[in-house]
Ligand binder design. Structure first.
Ligand code: AMP
Ligand code: GLY
Length: 447
């Protein structure tokens, strides 16, 4: 038996803790750069920031890393995969050019257009003045204003009226945080429907679709408040039936992969489709070039077969020959616990109590997101602090477990949404009701 494989996970959030946790269970010897207090307990943290690509290349060489897995988008867009490949190092993730699928919304729209993939209609503008003229000339309808480039989820404005849209365009033009991202501005048709996340692992030709999830992007209960990186997720979501999943593969994921390949930008890594389920079928809101966070946490606890094997096969372009992943029958619910002030500025360094009691609850994993080991114990180190994940034979049990663990954990100002997965329960109740009324008026069952 050879010694265990050495894998490097790049990043330091909840998604990276979940990846490191699963890879360690798959038998890998895991390094995480830079990691957090949670990854330190299952892997070796190396204090290199995720965007210091030259140091990461050196680390992988020096420590004999056999495969590198990249969590966040920034190093992907900055070319970490190109740098590793040039240094003859194996890495799972898209090249800088392919990561433009997330890094440039205009590039994404071009790929979708070439693949005839359903998405919102849009217009592209290279100046604030042009965008403003367009809005002023056209009828007053709900639109979405987007900065072309990466803006940490903040460059999207969902607008009810022309007035709001003009204000959004003005913000993109004047706020220095958008100067780079807003070199291009998109004005999109606003879509209505239920939002879901569908991810697939691809080697550029073959895709392996992962179970569908639902994220909770708004900060507060009932989908109110500002947009965040994601306040919780659950898996699987009942909004994507097996038939709908087949349609999503056939009309969205496969044509996207082909369109990328035809455009000479093969994509290897995680393709994350943010979808709106509209009355005209599923449409792409956005693509990400990586696992979702917190979606990844809710996925990893359900994966029984090897993640390492999937990453290896994708990195070596032989996904076609790999057995489909096995998912356990459990459902999972991930609740993000955030620091006071998130998604705005937060104070760091608050000691967290109750982590052990929470982790001792059966079928609960407490993934760390922004935590740090300090002399006085584990302390908060950013906005999204923990991703508390429960599993159970039903979504209701998974939710109960996740929230009983949340109850054990506390620090001054710590908070979470209380309604993660509730849309699924509402949906179940409505389906039961419709099933009940649909049965009554049918006079015969056809003999
Ligand atoms: P994005 O970063 O492009 O995913 O946008 C962030 C959020 O804005 C999405 O999760 C949606 O809730 C919303 N959004 C984006 N595009 C649209 C659209 N065309 N119609 C309605 N909502 C949208
Ligand atoms: N949870 C949404 C994202 O990772 O972009």
């Amino acid at each position: 038996m050879p010694t265990s494989r050495r894998v490097l996970v790049v990043g330091g959030g909840g998604r990276e803790h979940a990846l490191a946790w699963k890879l360690a269970r798959d038998g890998a010897d895991v390094l995480v750069a830079p990691g957090n207090a949670g990854t330190a307990s299952i892997a070796e943290n190396v204090a290199i920031p995720a965007d210091d690509i030259p140091s990461l290349v050196r680390l992988a060489k020096d420590r004999g890393v056999d495969l590198t897995v990249v969590g966040p988008e920034a190093p992907l867009v900055a070319g970490i995969v190109d740098a590793f490949t040039a240094a003859d190092l194996r890495i799972f993730g898209p090249t800088a050019q392919a990561a433009q699928l997330e890094g440039s919304k205009i590039f994404c729209k071009q790929i979708l257009h070439r693949g005839d993939v359903p998405t919102a209609m849009f217009q592209e503008f290279r100046s604030v003045a042009r965008a403003r003229e367009f809005l002023e000339a056209r009828e007053d309808v709900p639109v979405v204003i987007k900065a072309d480039g990466l803006a940490a989820g903040k460059g999207v404005f969902v607008c009810d009226s022309r007035e709001e849209a003009l204000a959004a365009v003005a913000t993109l033009g004047s706020d220095p945080q958008f100067t780079k991202a807003a070199a291009g501005i998109l004005i999109e048709e606003r879509l209505d429907g239920m939002e879901v996340s569908v991810m697939a692992i691809t080697d550029g030709r073959t895709i392996v679709t992962l179970p569908p999830l639902q994220d909770h992007k708004a900060a507060y209960d009932g989908d109110t408040g500002p947009n965040t990186g994601g306040m919780g997720a659950y898996c699987p979501t009942p909004f994507v039936s097996p038939d709908l999943m087949a349609e999503i593969e056939e009309r969205i994921l496969v044509p996207t992969v082909h369109s990328l390949r035809r455009s000479k930008v093969p994509f290897q890594g995680v393709l994350y489709a943010g979808l709106m389920l509209t009355t005209q079928g599923p449409k792409v809101l956005e693509y990400n070039a990586r696992f979702g966070d917190p979606e990844c946490q809710a996925l990893m606890v359900r994966l029984d077969s090897s993640l390492l094997e999937l990453f290896d096969a994708a990195a070596d372009r032989r996904l076609e020959n790999v057995a489909p992943p096995r998912w356990n029958e459990a459902a999972s619910v991930t609740v993000v616990m955030a620091a006071e002030g998130y998604p705005g500025p937060v104070e760091k360094g608050r000691p967290i109590r109750g982590l052990e009691a929470a982790a001792a609850i059966e079928d609960v994993v407490v993934f760390h997101a922004a935590t740090r080991q300090a002399p006085e114990g584990i302390v908060t180190d950013g906005g999204r602090v923990l991703a508390v994940t429960g599993t159970g034979e039903s979504l209701a049990k998974a939710k109960l477990r996740a929230y009983s663990a949340v109850k054990e954990i506390r620090w001054p100002g710590g908070w979470c949404r209380k309604d993660i997965a509730d849309k699924a329960f509402d949906h179940e109740r409505r389906s039961l009701l419709t099933a009940g009324t649909a049965v009554a008026p049918q006079p015969e069952a056809g003999g």
